[in-house]
Write a new protein. Structure first.
Length: 330
């Protein structure tokens, strides 16, 4: 399906964008990949990393700027939307800016993709979009709703939109593992809550979920990867076993446990071997059988949270990941 195709990644200079671009370049069918972001320095650094690859293009722009998006999307077949303001406390203190990027930016991208005839878009979401208690999660929930509903909004253009949702990306900038790693030589580590749990996913798993969604999507699905959970205190013990722990309390807008599928979505959720698929509650394309093919409807009382997860990451697995990855620059 990607034969002679062009692909654009919004927010493409982040951890996900770097990993996803590398996977794109393994596919000889893809003729061009455009990195769309607003940070010229990150683009400059990324361009040096991929200087050997003539298929990569860099485009300075902001998803808040619809005209710039229209220019960037000219001739693009597929879009992966990773651009977002995503630091929870930052969003709490800067709500206007978070809304402009995460919601208004999503609206701009939907319009531009439809007008430019993009075939498919997959938007990256977060566990914080499920039953959100913070502004970041609320804006991503709104964004998810926009992309799902956009499938009816696209009309005769037949541009299709879907969403992937996953939890804490191991090793990504600002996440707990590199945070603790950078403090590993200190005598004390700050712990928000002894009971706190988080979903854990590798960048590679996140990238594979997006490829799966691009190939499988009918339009309107939310794909949720099955991934293990881990207690934050166990991460701290693993990284700095000799350090003392100082309980500092949760930050504004944080949850003790994260949720990726709430009980309210159980009636529309289908289970597969490696992921769940939440179908739209509004019947957009009239073929639920096609959208749910190969899946099994979950129990009506089903929910998927980091504390009720049946899959837990063992400390030795985390230790192996740290050994393999934290010797690199994060």
């Amino acid at each position: 399906m990607f034969k002679n195709s062009s692909l654009l990644i919004t927010g493409g200079t982040g951890s996900f964008g770097n990993e996803f671009l590398a996977s794109c370049l393994l596919n000889d069918d893809i003729k061009k990949v455009v990195i769309f972001s607003r940070d010229e320095m990150k683009q400059w650094e990324m361009s040096k990393r991929f200087s050997h690859e003539p298929r990569v293009r860099f485009f300075i722009g902001d998803i808040r700027d619809k005209d710039r998006l229209m220019r960037a999307l000219d001739g693009i077949d597929y879009v992966v939307h990773a651009a977002a303001l995503k630091i929870v406390p930052t969003a709490e203190y800067n709500p206007f800016e978070c809304i402009k990027t995460n919601i208004l930016g999503a609206m701009n991208l939907i319009d531009a993709c439809i007008d430019k005839g993009v075939k498919r878009l997959v938007a990256l979401s977060t566990d914080k979009a499920s039953s959100p208690i913070n502004l970041y999660g609320a804006t991503k929930l709104a964004s998810d709703k926009l992309f799902v509903a956009a499938n009816s909004y696209s009309g005769q253009h037949d541009t299709r939109f879907s969403v992937v949702r996953y939890g804490n990306v191991m090793g990504s900038r600002g996440s707990v593992i590199p945070f603790f790693w950078n403090m590993r030589d200190q005598k004390e580590l700050p712990i928000t809550d002894l009971a706190m749990t988080r979903f854990m996913i590798t960048l590679d798993q996140g990238v594979k979920l997006v490829w799966n969604a691009l190939e499988d999507m009918h339009g309107g699905e939310i794909y949720v990867k099955k991934i293990p959970s881990m207690k934050v205190i166990d991460i701290a013990h693993n990284i700095a076993p000799m350090a003392q722990h100082k309980i500092v309390g949760i930050r504004p807008g944080e949850k003790i446990h994260e949720q990726m599928i709430g009980i309210e979505d159980a009636a529309f959720t289908y289970e597969y071997d490696d992921f769940y698929k939440i179908l739209p509650s509004i019947n957009l394309r009239g073929d639920i059988e096609l959208m749910s093919r190969g899946g099994k409807l979950v129990d009506k009382n089903f929910s998927y949270t980091s504390d009720n997860n049946t899959d837990w990451m063992q400390p030795k697995v985390l230790a192996a990941w740290i050994k393999a990855n934290l010797s690199k620059e994060i």
